[in-house]
Design a protein around this ligand. Structure first.
Ligand code: GLU
Length: 255
């Protein structure tokens, strides 16, 4: 199975912006093992800005574009250094691909991307994709990595998109505010119909909320790719997800 896994800053980093070593190690171990079991894995990883914030010792996530882009430039190195080191421990090669919205809009650039991606997968490499934050301006950027991961899943003709989050999935009410909120475990209809139950806000360091995840599920679903929204807290859950077990997270079945 070809799986795209999207991981956000809230999974990779502590609220200080520094790397959550335990969790990132677990993620790389499980993804390596899924590759060893024969799955093709593509990782869409945020964390460049968040890790840049931590590395530069900034007090909070910057709001001005030059500082955001500078933080991303510093953090992207740190991010790839971390992944390269951890995946190398399990004898897997990684590759960095940085994209903007313009790369999906222009046919020739999109072809180059998909050709490179296919070749990397044939070579057994684990591609790690992020938005090219240092050059992306409002006009050309995808904007959030949930949407980016859906574009990647469609381009890669993946069977499954897994979006790891800091919640267990989609609830019928905002779980941060309602103790009796229930997890919706499977969705067969349009993800968009659930937009009004999704709460918008993300964590302090991340970008998307539940809305961008539903939008991603819709984009992937229209191309025949199932989407899972699951908690990134325990990466071992990815074993169940890859095995098609249902429960403990939200799965959107492609129509
Ligand atoms: N590309 C941004 C980063 O790596 C994050 C975008 C997102 O989290 O959606 O920091």
């Amino acid at each position: 199975m070809r799986i795209v896994v999207k991981v956000g800053t809230s999974t990779l980093a502590h609220t200080t912006g520094k790397l959550n070593i335990k969790r990132t190690q677990a993620l790389c171990r499980v993804l390596s093992d899924l590759k060893n079991a024969g799955h093709e894995v593509i990782l869409v990883s945020s964390g460049a800005i968040g890790m840049g914030v931590g590395k530069l010792g900034l007090k909070e996530k910057p709001t001005d574009i030059p500082t955001k882009q500078a933080a991303a430039a510093v953090g992207q190195c740190e991010l790839m250094y971390t992944y390269d080191r951890l995946f190398t421990e399990y004898h897997h090669n990684v590759a960095q691909i940085l994209l903007t919205g313009a790369d999906f809009a222009a046919d020739d650039r999109h072809d180059n991307f998909t050709n490179t991606l296919s070749r990397l997968l044939e070579l057994g490499v684990l591609p790690i994709i992020n938005e090219n934050d240092t050059v992306a301006t409002e006009e050309i950027k995808v904007g959030d990595n949930d949407t980016l991961s859906a574009y990647v899943a469609v381009s890669a003709k993946a069977e499954l998109l897994v979006i790891l989050s800091d919640v267990n999935g989609l609830y019928d009410k905002d779980p941060h505010k309602n103790a009796d909120a229930k997890l919706i475990e499977h969705v067969h209809g349009s993800p968009e119909a659930l937009l009004d139950v999704a709460s918008g806000a993300g964590s302090a360091l991340g970008t998307g909320g539940m809305k961008t995840k539903l939008k991603a599920a819709k984009i992937a679903g229209e191309a025949g790719c199932d989407t899972v929204i699951a908690n990134g807290e325990n990466p071992d859950l990815l074993y169940d997800i890859a095995a098609g077990k249902v429960g403990g997270y939200t799965k959107f079945f492609a129509r």
